[in-house]
Design a protein around this ligand. Structure first.
Ligand code: NAP
Length: 470
C-alpha cells in the first residue's frame, strides 16, 4: 500500500508449507554445493549484483518509495549503499574467511578455519527495505550461507524485488528465497535443522519473540533492535555544525531510523540557541509527494505507525511535556506526521523510556557533563549516539562513557560496510557489517595438527580482530 496515496499497489499470496519446504531444500542444496566452490566465484557474483543495482538504481529505488513512502533521493542513496556493501564483501570476504594461525602451547600448529554453517533466516523490518537485507545477505553469501528472507508485512513488493534482483543479477537459485510466512511458520522454520542462524532486525517485541524460538532450538541469533539514541551537545560544541546536523539526524527517513537521534541532551549555556535552531529547521521541511525531488518530508510508512506515534506524543503531553513545535495535523491524504519537538520531559514521563519511531524530537536541558552522560545512559536501549564537543579528544572520552554499541563524535552517524553495526542492552546483541558481521554465522573451527612436516617453518601468527584493518 502506498502511504502517500493510500492505494493498494499489489497483492501477494502467503507462503504455503510446500513453498517453505521447497525453499529450504533448494537453499540447503546450495549450501552443500557452495562448500566445494572457490569463494572467488561468489565474489564475482556479488560484484555483478552491485553493478546491476547501480545500473537499475532508479527503478529499484522507485519500488521502495512507492511502497513505504521514503523520499526518492533517500531510496536512491539506499540502493547505492547496498551496492557498496556488496562490493565491500566481494573485495574482502575471501580474506576474512582465510584461516588464522594462533600462538599456542599446544603440541602442534593451531589454526582457526572459517566454515559456512547452513541456511540463515533473515527477519527484517520495513524502514530500509533493501539495506537491511543486504547487510545480512552479502557477508553470508560470501561465507557460503544461503538466505531465507521473511520481511515486514508492509513491504512485500520491495522484498520480492530484492530477492528477484539477486537471482537476475547472476546468483544461483537458492541464494535467497523470499517467503511471505506467518509468525507460526517462522517459528516452525527456526526449528528446522537446515536453518543454522537467525538474524532479526526490528523491535524489542519482535526480537524477544524470535530470539525465544531461536533459543529453544539452540540456534545462534543476532538481534538488531530499537534505540533511543542521545545527541549530546557540550558547552564548547561548534554550534554551526550542531545546528546543521541535529535536525537531519532526527528527520532523515521521516524519523524512522533505529539510530535516529531521539533525545537531544543539551548543556544549559547553549540550550536556547539549540532549540531555536531546531525549531527553525523543523519548520523548513516541505511535505509532499516522495517521488518529487522538491519534497523534504516523507509520509510515515503506514497509518498504524502514524497513529502509534500520535498516541505516544499525546501520552507524553498528558504527563507534562511541552510541545515546543509541531503536533498539528498536516492537510494531506498521506500518512504525514508534522515534525514535533517535546521539552520539559520529567523523569516520570513515559516518553523518557519510549522509542518514538517518527519525526519527534525530545530535547533535555542539563547543567553538567556528568548529568548529560547519566541521562544518555538512563535508557533500556544501547544502540548508538552522537557527542558534540569543541575538543574532539574530550568528545571521544565522553563517547566511551555512553553505554551503547556505536558513538560518533562531532559528526553525523553513518552506516558503512567496514564499520560494525549493533547495540547492547535491549538494543540487541551481535553485530552486522564488517568482519564481525561476516563471522556471525561462521563456524570458527579449531584444528590443531601435530607432526606437520612443515612445522619448523611455523612461527605463529596473529588473530585478526580489527575489522577495519584491511
Ligand atoms: P517489528 O514489529 O519487530 O518487525 C520486524 C520484523 O519482525 C518484521 O518482519 C515483522 O513482521 C517480524 N516479526 C515481528 N514479530 C514477529 C514474530 N513473533 N515472529 C516472526 N516475525 C516477527 O519491528 P518494526 O516496528 O516493524 O520495526 C521498527 C523497529 O526496528 C524499531 O524499533 C527500530 O529501532 C528497529 N530497527 C533496528 C535496527 C538496528 O539495526 N538495530 C535497524 C532498523 C530498525 P511483520 O511486519 O509481519 O509484523
Amino acid at each position: 500500500m502506498n502511504p502517500y496515496t493510500n492505494e493498494v499497489l499489489k497483492t501477494f499470496a502467503d507462503a504455503t508449507d510446500v513453498d517453505i519446504q521447497q525453499a529450504l531444500e533448494t537453499a540447503d542444496g546450495l549450501y552443500h554445493e557452495m562448500k566445494s566452490k572457490p569463494i572467488s566465484t561468489r565474489a564475482t557474483i556479488l560484484h555483478g549484483i552491485a553493478k546491476y543495482m547501480r545500473y537499475n538504481k532508479y527503478d529499484l529505488a522507485k519500488v521502495m518509495t512507492l511502497e513505504m513512502g521514503k523520499l526518492i533521493s533517500e531510496s536512491e542513496g539506499e540502493v547505492e549503499l547496498c551496492a557498496d556493501i556488496a562490493d565491500y564483501f566481494a573485495d574482502h570476504g575471501a580474506e576474512m574467511m582465510e584461516p588464522t594461525l594462533l600462538h599456542t602451547r599446544a603440541n602442534g600448529e593451531a589454526k582457526v578455519y572459517k566454515q559456512s554453517t547452513g541456511v540463515v533466516l533473515a527477519v527484517e523490518p520495513w524502514n530500509f527495505p533493501y539495506y537491511q537485507i543486504m547487510r545480512v545477505f552479502a557477508p553470508n553469501f560470501m561465507a557460503g550461507n544461503p538466505m531465507i528472507l521473511r520481511d515486514a508485512a508492509n513491504i512485500p513488493w520491495s522484498a520480492q524485488t530484492f530477492a528477484d534482483m539477486i537471482i537476475q543479477a547472476g546468483a544461483p537459485q537458492g541464494s535467497i528465497a523470499n517467503l511471505f510466512m506467518s509468525y507460526d511458520q517462522v517459528a516452525d522454520i527456526i526449528a528446522d535443522p537446515r536453518i543454522q542462524g537467525i538474524a532479526l532486525t526490528g523491535s524489542e517485541r519482535g526480537g524477544a519473540s524470535v530470539a525465544k524460538e531461536a533459543g529453544q532450538n539452540l540456534k545462534k541469533s543476532t538481534m538488531e533492535l530499537g534505540g533511543q539514541d542521545a545527541f549530546i551537545v557540550l558547552d564548547d560544541a561548534n554550534m554551526d555544525d550542531v545546528n546543521n546536523i541535529a535536525w537531519r539526524a532526527r528527520l532523515y527517513n521521516a524519523g524512522q531510523v533505529c539510530t535516529s537521534s531521539k533525545r537531544f541532551i543539551v548543556m544549559d549555556s547553549v540550550y536556547d540557541e539549540f532549540l531555536e535552531n531546531l525549531i527553525k529547521n523543523f519548520a523548513s521541511v516541505q511535505p509532499g509527494d516522495p517521488m518529487d525531488n522538491a519534497t523534504t518530508l516523507a509520509p510515515m510508512n503506514t497509518k498504524k505507525a502514524k497513529e502509534k506515534l500520535q498516541k505516544q506524543v499525546d501520552e507524553a503531553v498528558a504527563a507534562g511535556a511541552t510541545v515546543a513545535y509541531g503536533n498539528k495535523p498536516i492537510d494531506l491524504p498521506g500518512q504525514f506526521f508534522m515534525p514535533t519537538i517535546l521539552i520539559d520531559i520529567a523523569a516520570d514521563n513515559p516518553a523518557m523510556h519510549t522509542e518514538m519511531f517518527g519525526p519527534v524530537a525530545q530535547v533535555y536541558r542539563v547543567h553538567s557533563e556528568q548529568d548529560a552522560i547519566d541521562l544518555a545512559n538512563n535508557s533500556q536501549y544501547g544502540l548508538g549516539g552522537i557527542v558534540f564537543s569543541g575538543d574532539p579528544l574530550h568528545g571521544e572520552k565522553v563517547a566511551t562513557q555512553i553505554n551503547t554499541g556505536m558513538v560518533y563524535v562531532n559528526t553525523f552517524m553513518t552506516s558503512l560496510p567496514e564499520l560494525p553495526f549493533g547495540g547492547v542492552k535491549n538494543s540487541g546483541y551481535g553485530r552486522e557489517m564488517s568482519e564481525l558481521g561476516l563471522m556471525a554465522f561462521v563456524n570458527e573451527q579449531l584444528v590443531v595438527t601435530a607432526d606437520r612436516p612443515d612445522m619448523n617453518n611455523v612461527t605463529g601468527g596473529l588473530v585478526k580482530l580489527d575489522p577495519t584493518n584491511d
